[in-house]
Design a protein around this ligand. Sequence first.
Ligand code: MV4
Length: 413
Amino acid sequence: MYWPGAFCAKLPHYLNIPAIISAAEIFNVDAIHPGYGFLAESAYFAEICDACNIKFIGPEARIIRLMGDKIEARRAMGEAGLPVLPGSKQAIESEEEGLKLAREIGFPVIVKASAGGGGRGMRIVRTEQELGHALETASTEAAAAFKDGSVYIERYIDQPRHIEIQVLGDEYGECIHLGERECSIQRRHQKLMEEAPSTVLTPEMRKTMGDAAVDACKKLGYSSAGTVEFLLDASGKFYFMEMNTRIQVEHPVTEMVTLADIVRNQIRIAEGEPLGQTQDDLLIVGHAIECRINAENPETFAPSPGVITAFNLPGGPGVRVDTFVYSGYRVSPFYDSMIAKVIVHARTRELAIARMKRALEAMVIEGIKTTIPLHLKIMDDPRFRAGDISTNFMEYFLSRNVRKNGAEAAARV
Ligand code: MV4
């Protein structure tokens, strides 16, 4: 449909707030679920919805704004009792100030953009000599990308795991967690695969991390679904990293192991319903894995847009596929390359891996390249199978496979 007053040639429709609000008013909608796109973490969009008497399905705008500012989020979550890494209380104003702090923390440190996330405006600094340049370039990058050049410093953890806690809070101050997701398998800050539960958390660690996340969310008055992200170091210590105030791409693995319907809960909470369950009701059963299927060359990660000429979905017990494509669908080069998520659930991690392999082998996508072959190789990697993963996993995996393929090519000569 076309709304003359709201049309904007410079903006895709899904980011055009006047167009979205016009459509909502024409159809007299009660509420908007923002999905997990850009508007899901726009405090501005949440405020516009409020002002128009449309319920924004998500936390309050003040919480979205707070968590969008990583310096403020770090401060607020630290005050709310979450462990944070030694580092800045506010933005770094000068190189001298940065150097003084970095010496107190001890090298290596990491410079991060306050408006950042997703790895942009981030620099690892291993020596005093590198700090000035890192502050300068991180700030310039952040100013260009986010119109806010504020940067901060914290101690750097080498080869951490990325583990996140799913929380659900209602509008009456109740909050629970649904356990963790292990999200360490990523490349250039794009997650490729996620699983629940993590292979490294003991029930005691899960309770400690989960309770800490829930306590902090209660103190902030968090309502709706949210994710508290942590870095876990090799010694098992965990530190608050960021909070995502939206549903995430990987939420299905939590749904599989808890039998929760997270989006339904977001809608119920937005309607003013109480949570209706307590922490003691949480049961984590079996193991779930999600593979993100992207329209990309599985070796170079170059986008692979085009028409899908054949499409067949895997099925059977414990297999879920979330997708929007079909045979004849044209994958545009202009949008995100994720075209499907394959999620499996089984009694144990080993069985889940076997089930994922079977599902990926049965899945047919022709006409474009996809990351399915990459996922199949990861499923066979000895370190993946042993649960021996960190945020450096893909660097290890890709260099190992280049060497392996190189050796095979050499053997063929
Ligand atoms: C870190 C870190 C190590 N130490 N902070 C990357 C994206 C942004 N959300 C924060 N990130 C990191 N912050 C400290 N103090 C390592 C990363 C990091 C990372 C974190 C999660 C998942 C993948 C990652 C890949 C590279 C670096």
